[in-house]
Design a protein around this ligand. Sequence first.
Ligand code: BGC
Length: 398
Amino acid sequence: MRDLRRCVGFVLTACALSLAVACGPAQNTNTNVGGGATPGGAQKGGAVRIGFSMDTLKEERWQRDKQLVEQRAKEVGAVLDVQVANGDDSVQTKQCDNMLTKGVDVLIVAPHNGEIAASIVEAAHRQGVPVISYDRLIKNSDVDLYVSHQVEKMGEMQADYALKRVPKGNYVLIGGAQTDNNALLLRKGQMNILAPAKGRGDINIISDQFAKEWKADEAMRITEDALTRTGNNIQAIVASNDGTAGGAISALDAAKLVGKVLVTGQDAQLDAVQSIAEGKQTMTIYKPIKPLADSAVDNAVKLARKEPISAPDRVNNGKIDVPSILQEPQAVDKENLMSTVVKDGYHKLEDVYKNVPREQWPKATAGVQPKASESQKASQVFTAFFLLLTAFVWVKMR
Ligand code: BGC
């Protein structure tokens, strides 16, 4: 009987322990500035205080960036302050100044304007605070690290995709905000591929413009204008992101050309992958955000603690070759939606194919089962542990 009591006690303790393990990361840390860390805590071995300055949450991806940076900060025990400038440079500068005054140990900045943000780096450095340039490059500054994806390559991938399927014809190029270095890099990449085709006379670039602030209605206006000028004779639209692709598709819709003109994009945001599943948008560039968010937070902690960082790439920002970590993008179209965004759990199958009749949904095959979520994984670990213990108790009681 005593044995039995001991076993029951053991099982209960073990259950409590395994529950704690399964829920561990979520309980790990503070999440907000003011959560107890003292300024300069990093140097004293305390929690690192990270300031994350974002330009915008407008595109779906930025909401994901915010959530994943918060999640990683929790996991590593850092205190995080997130500020969003809503496309206003002076607001972004002020928000960074405030975070510096509050005593952050390190800043992660996704700049609205890559040139203007150089002053944020200067202000931070005056206080000995390192700065990470997030997704978009901060120009002409001594910024400490740049974490992003291979942006020029993304432009090449968009153009290459288009040119392989539309080797001849009229092209419209829609760039993003010219204040965002990414918009310029994308255009550079696109022209690396399209310029030779243009030179051979295979394609005719009838419009090559930038949509102010990455706005969909600007993209719609550019497309409408191109349709009018050519009498609806357009074969491909190289839109630089999904937002601008959506604007272009609205213009095509009015001209009854949706699905007949190739349209590229970038971000794999939900409305765009739905549009791909429906055959309206042709492709997008999928950039997993988690590796980006993780590398920003992990390296922010290292920089704050003055530990060495490993950054294999270099990107010139007009002043220095900035140590950089650039993640791989992936081209996504109707053919590989399942084996990319759905398989990775970036979007759910039922959301992606929401507007497609159910009988046309792809069959989920063994290789492309969506990944288990973190909470599913935790409960799987708990169940496995519980079963093992039950078996152990049963053997003991016999
Ligand atoms: C980002 C894109 C985003 C665009 C508009 C770019 O700098 O890399 O992912 O769609 O900004 O916010």
